[in-house]
Design a protein around this ligand. Structure first.
Ligand code: HPA
Length: 291
């Protein structure tokens, strides 16, 4: 069982001498015990709009609240579910679905933001699928449009890497996996720009994001993708465009509309992600079956 952590007790990732990889290994052991699945092959983090995808990907093996796993925190936001699910794909591969995301803007530090990714790696996953709801700079992207993330620009001024850890981020969002997805659905691609939030961007910041090469603005995925790469995973990223980014459309942004656009797109996204996961579970980067 996970050790309960009350508000008074020190979070395991903040304890003196805590080693993030060790906390992730403990978390992975709890997941293995709770699910009876020794090794998960693929992991998915489901952001706004992507929550229902888990229902279509495979057969539910186990589900439990994320906060029962060491290092995971309660979700800060409604619209984000807080469960961890283990699914068995038709191919026999096992998928770990993380419905609990800690955002950088919550102010608990990057270790907690990327703990789920490190846990997924410790649980055996070699492919990390990161999904989010985000603002779009392309006026052709109506709310509800899913877009593949081709690269990112990290404007948080933070990194999940600690010490002199130099990690190559070339092809961070695997061109192999993106090509597989585009065979199934010719999605547009874009560069994801992570801001710290939780405020939405100003129109000037959105113009800057465009000027420096960005197409999508959001508050999550870049830091997680870096941690996934550090852990040796292949990364696939999707943004659901929930709204035109600030200043792109004359309408002001509202969190309620972001959630609503996510809900409206859920069925389509669930179907898309189920097909994608089935496809990528066929072979890994070495051409071997994933399971
Ligand atoms: N900006 C940043 N994050 C977001 C947005 C946005 O416009 N929409 C949904 N998440």
């Amino acid at each position: 069982m996970a050790e309960p952590h009350s508000i008074e007790s020190v979070h395991p990732l903040d304890a003196p001498g805590a080693v993030p990889a060790e906390v992730a290994a403990r978390a992975a052991q709890v997941i293995a015990d709770r699910t009876g699945v020794a090794r998960h092959d693929i992991a998915l983090t489901l952001g706004s709009g992507w929550g229902r995808a888990a229902e279509s990907i495979g057969e539910l093996v186990a589900e439990f609240p994320a906060e029962e796993v060491p290092g995971f925190s309660k979700p800060a936001l409604t619209g984000h579910t807080g469960s961890i699910r283990s699914l068995r794909l038709p191919s026999g591969a096992h998928a770990l679905v993380i419905g609990a995301r800690t955002h950088f803007y919550e102010g608990h530090g990057v270790r907690r933001v990327v703990h789920s990714v490190r846990t997924a790696a410790a649980a055996g996953a070699r492919i990390m699928v990161l999904t989010n709801g985000a603002g779009g700079l392309d006026p052709d992207w109506a709310p509800g449009t899913p877009v593949l993330i081709s690269d990112h620009i990290n404007l948080t001024a933070a990194s999940p890497l600690e010490g002199a850890t130099f990690v190559d981020l070339t092809d961070l969002y695997s061109s192999r996996l993106r090509a597989l997805v585009r065979e199934l659905d010719p999605l547009d691609e874009g560069v994801y720009v992570q801001f710290r939030g939780p405020h939405y961007e100003t129109p000037a910041e959105v113009r800057m994001a465009g000027a420096i090469g960005g197409d999508i603005v959001g508050m999550s995925t870049a830091l997680e993708a870096i941690a996934a790469r550090e852990a040796g995973m292949e990364v696939l990223g999707f943004s659901l465009i929930t709204n035109a980014a600030a200043g792109i459309s004359p309408t002001p942004l509202s969190h309620a509309e972001v959630i609503e656009a996510g809900k409206a797109a859920e069925a389509h996204l669930a179907e898309l992600l189920a097909r994608v996961v089935a496809r990528i579970a066929e072979t890994d980067a070495d051409g071997e079956p994933v399971a």
